[in-house]
Design a protein around this ligand. Structure first.
Ligand code: GLA
Length: 722
């Protein structure tokens, strides 16, 4: 994520005494009203009565942009129909500028990337009926190192107004702390000065404030959000969402993380003053349909800005339908302007409720876990007064049902079911139903399960059958269950046994689905499906079966490696010179390993992701040879032949760039260069492979070792030490 990096940059600038003093005079030159305390600061006009919507290049392109990128995506916004649905603001983020201001101190666009200038880009956007957004930074430099606006507030605001800008995102990298002030005060002064400068231009420009992101979780966080709501219209309050090129796992965990910090801030939002948990990633590689729908639905219930940051010129049909779902957009843009609140939380799920202008409520059932589950809440919990009939409209499936008060859904892993709930309903609306799988946590997988079909409405079901479907080669017995009648408010149960062929080594996630079809009185025929997630973990016979490469490339091979996620890897030549050739015995720090027999090549695949490896032996410790590329450690689980387990923390120092004894590891191999696509390179550091150990339970025989679920940890060899 970029924010911690941004914060480091900011601290570096703040820590630079001469710089801080040099700019202090400039900060002091802020209009006196603008630098006043939050309570008396002018309230910036409400230029965003509903959460802003649009597109921003950053998450997908970062600095790899030019006028064609921006305008190509703008055209796609229009031709896809998304602009007409409200996505109307196109913002060019960091890196649009030249590295220096002109002789008059004005910002200038990069002459190669934006040869026609930003005002021309803005005019093109306006001619497409779109709004023109632009990025600047409140400090001495943008996060990407381009000219910041410190001391140029009015000049930059005037320039933006002259260019026809409609939306300004003002980042907060490199904001120096004035002597005698806190960080928070210096940020306030700077953002208040900008707010005043924008007001002075007389041009209505939506103001997106990034200050709170630099105070995330700190003691001043709420305070900074408080004055951001005075000086601007929306604010980034936490970490950046994952970038387009990151892994699917990194994207999903970043979406959950940003959701997690934003959901707790509902009390600090008010209509027209929006919390911004960052961009929508629908359209990016890796995320599933359920995951992008979850983000869209959760962001909408939280009344968050809907700002896509993907390549709209190659948008998938799934991404387009998720982004363009008018019913979901209407929840986000509801004129009441309230952020939905967490009303219930349980094991692996959250329930949010958002009051809507017409008295309805949007209720989101978010399955945060890796297994399907039925999530159940009630109209009362969602905030409704007494009532015995409510209509549930599933805003994605468009299925409409009726309940006497229970609000529930069968939710796949990582998915969110979003209902618009309203009091009322009649006998022509089918009853809400769910299928819940039981015994899931205790049964062997696959095994025997009880499933329950529940009728949550005021009318019963007749002619009911439940059909079971499973992956090819599996059996479900019985495959069809005839239930006939289910009374209103009742649950009918059935027992089914699932068998599956032996899964291949590794982790396999499979789904068995029960689909009930029935007649619901005057409402006629209807159906419901309840998925069961079966996860089987079969240990790999050897480490080599789990990993097909060693994370090293030959210097003669220009194919890209990717040990570090950035395209670089160990040099196989340098490793060989240090004794690590395929199959070689490596003895280091009193431990003995066998170097992988796999020949160096691509793609590198040594990142651990929770793989289980068969390993037999008794001893005092489990020894690992490896490294890490992301400053992290993780948990190893050892399973013994008697079924008991023990755990230990495994960490290695970074392969090139940290102290060499982190997590108690020791250097096993040291090399003076690494390999890149451009050949061997030495950036002035040593590249190392380390050994480390995790204790074993004395007297027990190891059966399997489960590696950390931490892709930044790379394991090349493991062994039981006597
Ligand atoms: C910060 C912001 C991002 C993006 C980059 C540009 O990290 O949070 O959204 O604007 O800076 O450098």
């Amino acid at each position: 994520m970029t924010s911690p990096l941004a914060r480091r940059l900011r601290r570096a600038a703040a820590g630079c005494g001469s710089l801080a003093i040099a700019v202090a005079g400039l900060v002091a030159a802020a209009p006196s009203g603008a630098a006043a305390t939050p309570a008396t600061a002018a309230q910036y006009p409400n230029y965003a009565p509903t959460p802003p919507m649009g597109w921003n290049d950053w998450s997908y392109y970062q600095c790899d942009i030019d006028e064609n990128t921006i305008l190509g995506n703008a055209r796609a916004l229009v031709s896809s129909g998304l602009a007409a649905k409200g996505y109307d603001t196109v913002t060019t983020d960091d890196c649009w500028m030249a590295h220096a201001r002109d002789s008059s101190g004005n910002l200038v666009s990069d002459p190669v990337k934006f040869p026609h200038g930003m005002d021309w880009v803005g005019a093109q956007l306006h001619s497409m009926g779109l709004k023109f957004g632009i990025y600047e930074d409140a400090g001495t430099a943008t996060c990407g190192g381009y000219p910041g606006s410190l001391g140029h507030w009015q000049q930059d605001a005037d320039l933006f107004a002259k260019w026809g800008v409609d939306y300004v995102k003002l980042d907060g990298c490199n904001v120096p702390t004035k002597p005698g002030e806190t960080d928070e005060q210096s940020y306030h002064d700077t953002y208040a000065a900008w707010s005043q400068a924008m007001l002075n231009t007389g041009r209505p420009m939506v103001f997106s404030v990034s200050a709170p992101a630099y105070f995330e979780d700190g003691p001043d966080w709420d305070k900074v959000i408080g004055w951001s709501a005075q000086v601007g219209n929306l604010w980034r309050e936490g970490a950046d969402v994952a970038l387009g090129q990151e892994s699917a796992a990194a994207k999903w965990s970043s979406l959950k993380y940003n959701y997690g910090y934003n959901v707790g801030l509902a009390g600090l939002q008010s209509p027209g003053r929006w919390n911004d948990p960052d961009f929508l990633l629908a359209g990016d590689s890796g995320l599933t349909r359920d995951e992008i729908q979850s983000q869209m639905s959760l962001w909408s219930v939280m009344a968050a800005p809907l700002i896509s940051s993907t390549d709209l010129t190659h948008l998938s049909a799934d991404a387009l339908s998720v982004l363009g779902n008018s019913d979901v957009i209407a929840v986000d843009q509801d004129p009441e302007g309230l952020q939905g609140r967490l009303v219930q939380q349980g094991d692996g799920y959250d329930v949010l409720s958002k009051p809507l202008a017409n008295g309805d409520r949007a209720v989101a059932l978010f399955n945060t876990s890796d297994s399907a589950q039925t999530i159940t809440t009630s109209a009362a919990t969602a905030g409704f007064g007494p009532g015995s009939s409510f209509v549930l409209k599933d805003l994605v499936a468009k299925h409409v049902t009726r309940t006497t008060g229970t609000i529930a859904a069968d939710v796949p892993p990582h998915a969110t079911v979003l209902y618009r709930v309203s009091p009322g309903g009649d006998r022509f609306t089918a009853p809400a139903t769910t299928i819940t799988w039981h015994d899931v946590s205790t049964a062997d997988h696959p095994g025997t399960y009880t499933l329950g079909l529940s009728d949550l409405g005021p009318t019963g079901l007749s002619d009911t059958t439940i059909a079971l479907t499973a992956p090819a080669g599996w059996t479900v017995t019985p495959s069809t269950v005839r239930v006939n009648r289910v009374g209103a408010g009742e649950t009918a149960t059935a027992k089914v046994t699932v068998t599956a062929p032996r899964a291949a080594p590794g982790t396999t996630v499979s789904t068995v689905t029960a689909t009930a079809r029935y007649v619901a009185g005057a409402a006629g025929g209807d159906s419901v499906s309840g998925p069961l997630t079966i996860t089987s973990v079969v240990p790999y016979p050897t480490l080599a079966d789990a990993f097909n490469n060693v994370g090293a490339t030959l210097e003669s091979d220009t194919a890209p490696g990717n040990l570090d996620g950035g395209g670089d890897s160990y040099s196989a030549d340098a490793l060989a010179a240090a004794g690590a050739t395929p199959g070689a015995t490596i003895t280091a720090n009193g431990l003995t390993f066998t170097w992988p027999t796999a020949a160096p090549g691509t793609p590198d695949n040594v990142a651990t992701a929770g793989e289980a490896i068969e390993l037999s032996g008794q001893g005092s410790a489990l020894a690992f040879l490896g490294t890490e590329t992301g400053f992290t450690s993780g948990q190893v689980v050892v399973t013994y032949t008697d079924g008991t387990t023990s755990t230990g923390t495994l960490g290695f120092p970074n392969w090139c760039c940290s102290t060499t004894t982190d997590y108690g590891a020791k250097t096993a191999l040291a090399m003076d260069h690494r390999n890149t696509q451009a050949g061997p390179a030495n950036y002035g550091v040593t590249y190392r492979v380390f050994s480390n150990t995790v204790p074993l339970t004395a007297g027990k025989t190891v059966r399997t070792v489960t590696l950390p679920n931490q892709p930044a940890i790379h394991v090349f060899a493991l062994a039981v030490t006597p």
